[in-house]
Design a protein around this ligand. Structure first.
Ligand SMILES: Cc1cc2nc3c(=O)[nH]c(=O)nc-3n(C[C@H](O)[C@H](O)[C@H](O)COP(=O)(O)OP(=O)(O)OC[C@H]3O[C@@H](n4cnc5c(N)ncnc54)[C@H](O)[C@@H]3O)c2cc1C
Length: 325
């Protein structure tokens, strides 16, 4: 069944009331402000809706793609031809019980951090400046200050590609440096329980303020970007330093391809100065990766991921610009 047919849209509207949008311009809504048109975006409000949607798609052999706030994603200039399930502001409730915090996956991470500070729950201060959703953070095992959210999780609720709701203890989540099982198992994270012990509010506030001030000083803030493009590699870090330092030393700061520019402020950021295409960004990533590899012997992996028009998501350094659809 064509998911864009009138009958399909009516079905999907019943399963996800008020959350069906056709023809979304990704260059207007994605954080990098890059990408073509997404045919269909669905924004559910509950685990039950996510389950109903995935069952509907599975029964028709359609594999939707899941996104959060797109803060780690580079979309294909050709757009997105498969349905996209976006877990965001419509799925953002949270509750506290003792040291346990339960939150839906669409909650905005800086807002979650602020509420944890107000509630006097410590341990997640490092996430306060990360502009994504909790679901995206868990999938990427994101964090800062050399931490990842995985170490604060008790369990994660997700929906399998055939619609079954599953609760997985954190130790089964495959959490490693910017890694989790959710990057490959096709499940949609719908909620999580975190263990965050009490800590005086003033201490949390002081730590978060210092983190945010440091980020404001180091990172470009005006032009659209997706944060650090390349992941840090421990062996490379020990010998040469973080990716930004290696890229800067090789003279890449200020290098431009089309509308994409290696940030003069921080060399591990590529900013969109206006009208950048995915091809521009991928060309820069490929060039930087090849030169760093040749000069240092270290192959840097991209943290930023490319979303092809067919919905497959891959680290952006693995995409050859020639193969963009
Ligand atoms: C200015 C800036 C600063 C940043 N700083 C940091 C930082 O300090 N540390 C850091 O770790 N990251 C950082 N990032 C990157 C990014 O914010 C994180 O990776 C974030 O966790 C991604 O969340 P998202 O909701 O935007 O996910 P998206 O970018 O929308 O998606 C990222 C991945 O998660 C998957 N995903 C999203 N939601 C779900 C879900 N509910 N279920 C299953 N899979 C899902 C997607 O399929 C995709 O593979 C930064 C980005 C920017 C723009």
């Amino acid at each position: 069944m064509d998911p864009l047919s009138e009958a399909a849209i009516a079905d999907l509207g019943r399963l996800c009331p008020g959350g069906v949008e056709r023809g979304v311009d990704l260059s207007a809504v994605s954080q990098w402000r890059i990408g073509g048109r997404a045919d269909l975006v669905l924004r559910p409000t509950s685990t039950a809706e996510v389950s109903a949607l995935t069952r509907w798609f599975a029964a028709r052999g359609i594999r939707p793609v899941v996104i959060g706030l797109t803060s780690n994603l580079l979309f294909d200039d050709a757009g997105l031809r498969v349905p996209c399930i976006q877990i965001g502001a419509r799925m953002a409730r949270m509750s506290l019980e003792g040291a346990e915090v339960r939150a839906q996956a669409g909650i905005w991470v800086p807002g979650l951090a602020r509420r944890l500070m107000q509630a006097g729950r410590g341990g997640a201060e490092h996430i306060c400046g990360i502009p994504g959703t909790l679901g995206g953070l868990i999938c990427m095992n994101g964090g800062s200050q050399r931490k990842g959210i995985g170490s604060s999780l008790l369990e994660v609720e997700s929906v399998t590609p055939d619609g079954v709701v599953h609760t997985r203890p954190a130790q089964d989540g495959g959490f490693g440096y910017r890694q989790s099982v959710y990057q490959t198992n096709g499940e949609i994270i719908t909620a999580a329980t975190l263990h965050l012990p009490p800590r005086p509010r003033a201490e949390i506030r002081t730590e978060m303020r210092a983190i945010l001030a440091d980020r404001r000083r180091k990172f470009p803030r005006k032009e659209p970007n997706c944060g650090s493009v390349f992941k840090s590699n421990p062996a490379m870090y020990a010998q040469i330093g973080p990716p930004g330092a290696a890229i800067e030393r090789l003279g890449f700061k200020g290098l431009r391809v089309g509308g994409a520019l290696v940030s003069p402020q921080h060399a591990n950021f590529i900013v969109n100065t206006g009208g950048a295409t995915a091809a521009d960004v991928l060309t820069l990533i490929a060039r930087i990766g090849a030169v760093v590899d040749a000069a240092t012997g270290f192959r840097m992996e991209a943290e930023a991921c490319f979303v092809r028009a067919d919905g497959t998501i891959r680290p952006a350094d693995t995409i050859l610009t020639e193969s963009i659809s």
